[in-house]
Design a protein around this ligand. Structure first.
Ligand code: FAD
Length: 512
């Protein structure tokens, strides 16, 4: 308690002495939300231009880009993409701040496991993976450098994000018991993409209750374990254990590396691919071969299936005119609630799926005048997480820079927000949210407010599907995944939650 009080006093002194929020530069980045809100209704404009495509992909996020790639690989040469934003990538876009590349959303991809076949195959194609003496080897230049992650707790930085536990403490006992529960779940079958795992009554039972209810039932009540699980759920799903299902809470660990209590010598730090600009690096690789077929700044307003094809009406944001497209096949690579708005006479399955809950997110890129002073403990890492903060901490975009000469300091801070804050995210100004981001980090870094030069904020009203109880096994999602008519669906929403592997495999499957 004494340490915390001293830290709070230090933080408030620093805020009083050096903070200069009025001098911070910055603003919102990404397309104005008015573009998305064009889908909310009103009279449709008359088209000034008429165009055709064999396959038209609506939405150039990871799923849409993977879908276009899959059709091209099947020999369809006239594949075109329409994207609302001025750049492809959706949640996997990047930004440049003070000359330093940084993420606007997704920032890493774990080494794919055996079930993520399409992702592995593509990573081989672009040279990130290779076969060597019968083993799969990753190109180390693209793996996260050490030190990877640290947690600010009890006045010092600790290595890793799992809060430390004393030997023979109740915390350690619960860590070990939770590790055993995850191992049992792994025996049940979990995979990434999740559709490649079996779906049994035991899985359905986990999908029927919240993770919170499951943890309480199993007697997991240790405060440190609970903090860590809350952090992990907010980090991956945008919502905590009280909102996501027990299936989702276990899937996070069971589909990947498991859960390892301190002292477990089978524990290995999971290697992850990352870049200064996060997964925008992957977006660039995926979109480059499609450059001539990609039409950005096109907000699709209406998709209507006809007897001999599909008619699509898009708004060209730069020319302020409508374009009419005719296509043999249309792939809706949009969040499902957006697909339900643009598709004329949506099927009942899509109407049902449109009710899927989504989490709002705020991503802040902060340019600092100088590096931060550090506190005792583990050294500055790629991912830096303050215990008990409202946000999820920050990633250091400069950490992955291969050029050793000193460059600008750019930190990317992540906030998964409760759905109740969606309105405030749109209505409150940049200064309010920039202040909140800095306030969240200042107790850990009292010198931060005085070093901020610029803060660029990206807001996502509906960033990612939240795997609330009932969504993983929802029959509407299964029906939309199987749809192979003229209008098809490809988006991470089809999995009930959002990660690169789900988006990429949903896109790859749609050309089949
Ligand atoms: C802040 C944040 C951090 C994340 N971090 C990670 C991470 O580190 N690793 C990871 O694996 N995953 C992460 N994710 C999950 C991420 O969502 C997925 O990795 C993936 O990018 C989802 O791709 P998608 O194509 O399914 O969806 P989206 O990214 O939602 O793509 C949909 C596309 O459709 C476009 N669109 C929407 N409406 C229209 C319209 N009417 N007309 C035309 N185009 C339209 C959108 O602009 C967008 O480009 C993160 C997500 C967020 C929000």
């Amino acid at each position: 308690m004494r340490r915390r009080a001293a830290l709070a006093a230090l933080a408030s002194t620093a805020l009083a002495g050096c903070a200069k929020p009025a001098e911070w530069q910055g603003g919102w980045v990404g397309a104005a939300h008015e573009r998305g809100h064009r889908l909310k209704g009103g009279a449709l404009p008359a088209a000034a231009v008429q165009r055709r495509a064999a396959v038209l992909v609506v939405g150039a996020g990871i799923a849409g880009l993977a879908a276009a790639r899959a059709f091209v690989r099947r020999g369809v040469d006239d594949v075109q993409l329409l994207e609302l934003e001025d750049a492809p990538g959706g949640n996997s876009r990047g930004h440049v701040l003070a000359g330093q590349r940084c993420p606007l959303g997704a920032h890493y991809l774990p080494l794919p496991g055996p079930q993520a076949r399409e992702v592995s195959e593509w990573l081989h194609e672009i040279g990130l993976l290779r076969h060597e003496l019968g083993r799969t080897v990753a190109d180390e230049r693209h793996l996260c450098h050490s030190p990877q992650e640290r947690l600010f707790i009890d006045g010092a930085w600790a290595d890793g994000v799992l809060p430390p536990a004393e030997p023979a403490s109740p915390t350690l006992a619960q860590y070990r018991r939770f590790a055993a529960a995850v191992a049992r779940a792994q025996a049940l079958g979990f995979a990434l993409p999740s559709q490649r795992a079996p779906w049994t009554p035991a899985h359905a039972a986990l999908d029927a209750v919240t993770f919170e209810a499951w943890l309480a039932r199993e007697g997991f009540d240790d405060a440190r374990l609970r903090w860590y699980l809350d952090y992990a759920c907010r980090d991956d799903y945008g919502a905590g254990p009280g909102t996501v299902s027990a299936w989702a809470g276990l899937h996070y660990f069971a589909s990947r590396h498991g859960f390892h209590a301190p002292g477990d010598d089978t524990a290995e730090r999971e290697p992850v691919f990352t870049w200064p600009e996060g997964n925008a690096w992957l977006t660039d690789k995926l979109s480059a071969p499609l450059a001539g077929q990609l039409h950005t700044g096109r907000t699709v307003l209406r998709v209507a299936e006809q007897r001999h094809g599909v008619e699509v009406l898009a708004w060209d944001e730069a020319r302020a005119q409508a374009e009419a497209w005719s296509a043999g096949t249309v792939v809706l690579a949009l969040p499902l609630f957006a697909a339900a708005r643009v598709l004329q006479d949506p099927p009942d399955t899509l109407r049902a799926a449109a009710a899927q809950p989504h989490a709002p997110w705020l991503v802040a890129n902060l340019h600092l005048a100088r590096p931060l002073l550090d506190r005792p403990g583990a050294p500055p890492s790629w991912d830096n997480v303050p215990f008990g903060a409202r946000g999820l901490g920050y990633v250091d975009a400069s950490h992955q820079r291969l050029d050793p000469s000193p460059g600008p300091v750019v930190l990317t801070a992540y906030h998964a927000l409760p759905a109740a804050e969606r309105g405030a995210l749109l209505e409150q100004g940049w200064r309010h949210w920039a202040g909140r981001v800095v306030d969240d980090l200042a107790p850990t870094h009292p010198d931060l407010p005085g070093k901020v030069e610029r803060i660029d904020l990206m807001r996502y009203g509906h960033a990612m599907a939240v795997p609330a109880p009932g969504w993983r096994g929802h029959p509407a999602l299964a029906a939309l995944r199987a749809q192979r008519g003229r209008v098809r669906f490809a988006h991470a929403d089809l999995a009930g939650y959002s990660v690169f592997e789900e988006a990429f495999s949903a896109g790859s499957a749609v050309a089949g």
